[in-house]
Design a protein around this ligand. Structure first.
Ligand code: ADP
Length: 890
């Protein structure tokens, strides 16, 4: 519906008059009275004054339509007769009419022009006249024709003279005609009581022309015509308006049930009210018998809607609003006040109604309160204010009362409908929650894989409370940290598996989200309550002390409020469930929190079971692996043991059989073989014992730590090789390199690495043993022990490398060979003997001495480089004691 009909009050704009019609009437009148100018003032009920709406005059110096001569000549040529001094009935006697000559209408007037505010000083367009003011106000007051000359006009109304612009000319005679409201035959009103709709003023320019009192009758006829036209138009518009009201009322009354949304309905009410009356502010108040509270649900303060009031109404108790209570509940009446004209005492009494959710309305002109009646009780009120005096006429109030009656029924229905819809919705939600819970519980009891279980858990929790993001953090076994294990994210940012090359990678990424627990705010809050919220301040505080992953999670999820639910199995904390929606300040409903607590309780025992199951599975796998290794070891060991044993038994039986025949030389050779094989057996048994010793994690190695010269240790190691080697071993070590370690173990390690280099290389291969000084941070990334890099320190280390040109180790075996009894697959099928224990023992020795040992590089067919480092120390000052030390070391 256009605002022209429903929006503005129509009486304010010129369009509300049949202007073209009035124009032509004025023109005809000018012709008949041979007037040089005519203006029309109409009553404006808003300001209660006569306002000039039309003003036109003959163009000075412009030729008349049918005449070649200029206008002034034209006017002068008009045949006039002297004006009768006799007073015509209805002609004002307050002003003496002057002598004039009546002119006969002989030809049309010169061309006319509309006069604007800017172009006239006399009766300018838009000028308003109060009762009795000037000629117009006087004609209005007297309801009589007024004829007067220029001098009389000046004498009565313009003592300072008439100021006109040069192109206007000064009128010589004036005729003012009031336009009374047409009377119906049945109207008992006398002329004095008649309402005046407007005033017409005609003026003559030439002093020799004038109006005749006998023209009074004609003038009244014209005024009557104007009156009829205006009245007719007013009735037409009134009719149109009423038709619109009816249509609108009908719309409102049919709003239910198709338009049950209360907020829409009140919006419609506002539009309707605006169409009926001039209104600045509006307030809709409800009274709810169930809660016995008063609710302001819709307010417009001077055209501005108070946003959010419908969702969060202003609530008051009856005792807080005694005046409202009295007029609506006790008196049940409509209140109409004229705030500037009524008794100030009366206005003051109602002041409470003029303030509140709709701002301060005390400076308005009119106030109207309509009670909303439903049977014999009042369920609310509609209050209106306007800056117009008398904005609410009795007819308007009737229309508004009908509307209020209609909307009261609609609103009450809508409220009922809303209530039942809400309870149906709640029941449906409860049903959905139960079914989600059921399916989750089923899943919890059947899924034993921890990852799957946790994913089901976070997904269920998020679905149950329609949260955007749900994360499960598991407490580490030492209770220090919480590590994310599963995320359910409706935005897809944290669970977009397509961007990850594998699911494992995704899981690894999630596990980088770590939050500090012990000694952090989380630790404290978990102790304090069954659930809690992290607000932006706490989130920020936590992010500052979190790992990088944790900080990113906390900051980039843009959470304003995060609900944290500790997940406990019996009294032991398993982890925390974090539920929130990014960029929202959502506080969960108590029912939602209880649902989450219930599901978390169920999940806790399932998680504990899955964790136990996982542990059992891992242990089983380890046991199986150990079993396989044991089998392999038995095969290897029996082979390793059998070889020297067969040598011993072979040579021993030869000694026995040939003892009578062989010489002492021969016997010595056999005995040497037997002793060599025995040594081999002893070595193997020592290695096995060592491996058993270092294998037990909780057993500390007994170390004889002291300064050791790397070169000396290396030289001795080269002489202790267990095999007769054909390869050349080159040693490149600076004698100034000293380390802090157990000399015996260091030699064992070097011997072992050299043994391997020789064992797995062709006879012509080169073996290089080198050592150099470096610092911890310069080592390859995986080998750096960051715990020793604290406080900006970067300790010096000696890096020892053994390079060979042997068969190399396939990639898949490169890490495994450091395990107990593990040999590269290829070594199992070659005659080269070995137990798979050497590297395992070496790594443990080096680690026990504060270093690390690793395979730096190995390319099958080209060779390998094994490296290790140990903490470097300054060479001791060379004294006799040092030399002694070196000697004992070797
Ligand atoms: P082993 O007694 O079998 O040599 P180790 O623990 O010393 O036991 O080595 C484990 C396995 O690693 C070896 O069986 C061999 O397969 C592989 N290996 C060790 N050093 C080398 C090397 N320098 N070149 C090739 N393979 C090697």
């Amino acid at each position: 519906m256009s605002t022209a009909i429903w929006g503005e009050s129509e009486t304010q704009s010129d369009e509300s008059y049949p202007l073209s019609l009035l124009n032509s009437l004025l023109q005809q009148m000018m012709e008949q009275f041979m007037a040089q100018g005519a203006c029309l003032a109409l009553y404006d009920e808003n300001i209660r004054q006569m306002v000039i709406r039309r003003h036109m005059r003959a163009k000075i110096n412009s030729p008349a339509p049918n005449s070649p001569t200029p206008a002034p000549t034209n006017i002068e040529n008009i045949d006039t007769i002297p004006m009768n001094r006799r007073k015509a009935p209805g002609v004002a006697n307050a002003v003496t009419s002057t002598t004039g000559r009546m002119r006969r209408l002989s030809r049309p007037l010169p061309s006319l022009e509309p006069v604007s505010t800017a172009r006239t000083a006399l009766f300018p367009l838009g000028e308003a006249y109060t009762y009795r003011q000037d000629l117009i106000g006087t004609a209005w007051q007297k309801n009589e024709l007024i004829m007067l000359s220029h001098d009389e006009y000046v004498e009565t109304f313009a003592p300072g003279g008439i100021v006109t612009s040069p192109d206007e000319g000064t009128p010589a005679f004036f005729l003012a005609i009031p336009i009374p409201e047409p009377l119906m035959l049945s109207d008992p009103v006398t002329r004095k009581q008649q309402q005046i709709l407007g005033v017409i003023v005609l003026y003559q320019a030439h002093p020799s022309t004038g109006f005749q009192s006998s023209q009074g009758h004609e003038a009244w006829q014209w005024a009557e015509r104007f009156g009829l036209y205006l009245q007719n138009d007013r009735l037409r518009r009134l009719n149109a308006r009423h038709n619109d009201y009816m249509k609108r009322l009908q719309q409102i009354s049919t709003a239910f049930p198709s338009d049950v949304i209360l907020s829409k309905l009140v919006e419609n009410v506002h539009q309707f009210v605006k169409a009926v009356v001039h209104v600045n502010s509006m307030l809709l108040t409800f009274y709810d018998r169930d809660t016995t509270k008063i609710y302001d649900v819709f307010a417009i303060d001077h055209g501005n809607r108070i946003e959010g009031l419908y969702e969060r109404p202003v609530i008051a108790l009856p005792k807080d609003r005694p005046v409202w209570w009295k007029v609506t509940q006790e008196q049940q009446r409509t209140v109409l006040l004229s705030l500037t004209q009524d008794e100030p005492e009366l206005v003051r009494e109602h002041e409470e109604l003029l303030k509140g959710a709709w701002g301060d309305q005390t400076n308005e002109e009119s106030f109207l309160l309509l009670p909303m009646k439903m049977f014999n009780r009042v369920v609310g009120s509609l209050s209106l204010t306007s800056s117009h005096p008398e904005a609410f006429s009795p007819e308007d109030i009737l229309v508004l009362e009908t509307m209020v009656q209609l909307i009261t029924v609609s609103i009450e229905n809508a409220k009922l409908y809303d209530r039942s819809r809400r309870s149906v919705k709640r029941a449906r939600q409860r049903e959905e929650t139960l079914s989600v819970m059921n399916s989750a519980l089923l899943a919890f009891s059947s899924v034993l894989i921890l990852v799957e279980l946790l994913h089901k858990f976070v997904e269920t929790a998020a679905t149950l409370v329609q949260a955007g993001l749900c994360t499960f953090f598991q407490l580490t076994s030492d209770g220090e940290e919480l590590i994310a294990q599963a995320i359910y994210d409706t935005t897809g940012k944290w669970n977009d598996a397509t961007q990850m090359s594998s699911r494992e990678q995704h899981e690894d990424l999630i596990k980088m989200i770590r939050l500090p627990f012990k000694n952090s705010i989380l630790g404290k809050l978990v102790e304090a309550d069954t659930f809690f919220y992290l607000d932006t301040t706490l989130i920020d505080e936590l992010a500052q002390i979190s790992s990088e992953g944790g900080a990113i999670f906390l900051r980039e999820t843009h959470s304003h409020k995060m609900l944290m639910i500790p997940v406990r199995y019996q009294s032991e904390l398993v982890g925390i469930l974090a539920v929130h929606t990014p960029r929202q300040d959502r506080v969960f409903h108590p029912e939602e929190v209880s649902t989450l607590l219930a599901i978390s309780g169920q999940a806790a025992s399932a998680i504990r079971n899955a964790q136990l199951f996982e542990k059992i599975r891992e242990t089983n796998a380890e046991l199986q692996r150990m079993d396989r290794l044991k089998d392999e070891f038995i095969v290897t060991a029996s082979h390793e043991l059998r070889t020297p044993l067969s040598a011993i038994s072979g040579y021993a039986s030869m000694l026995k059989r040939q003892s009578a025949r062989i010489d002492s030389q021969q016997a010595l050779r056999y005995a040497t073989k037997i002793s060599g094989a025995t040594q081999q057996l002893t070595d193997l048994i020592t290695q096995m014992t060592d491996a058993a010793k270092v294998g037990a994690i909780d057993r500390k190695l007994e170390l004889q730590v002291g300064p050791v010269q790397v070169l000396a240790a290396a030289e001795i190691a080269t002489t202790m090789l267990s095999v007769n080697i054909e390869q050349t071993i080159t040693v490149q070590i600076d004698p100034n390199l000293w380390v802090q370690c157990d000399g015996l173990h260091l030699r064992q390690v070097i011997t072992n690495l050299l043994d391997n280099a020789a064992k797995y290389s062709p006879p012509a291969g080169q073996v290089v043993l080198s050592a150099r000084s470096t610092t911890l941070s310069q080592l390859p990334e995986g080998q750096v022990d960051y715990s020793k890099l604290v406080h900006g320190e970067d300790p010096p280390v000696v890096l020892v490398r053994v390079r060979d040109e042997g068969e190399g180790i396939p990639l898949e075996d490169q890490e495994k060979i450091f395990e107990k009894f593990v040999r590269a697959t290829r070594s199992l099928t070659t005659p080269v003997r070995g137990s798979g224990l050497g590297l395992f023992i070496c790594r443990r020795y080096i680690e026990a001495m504060g270093g690390k040992l690793w395979l730096e590089i190995s390319i099958p067919g080209e060779g390998s480089v094994f490296s290790f480092y140990l903490p470097q120390i300054q060479p001791p000052v060379e004294t006799g004691e040092t030399r002694e030390l070196e000697r004992t070391n070797t």
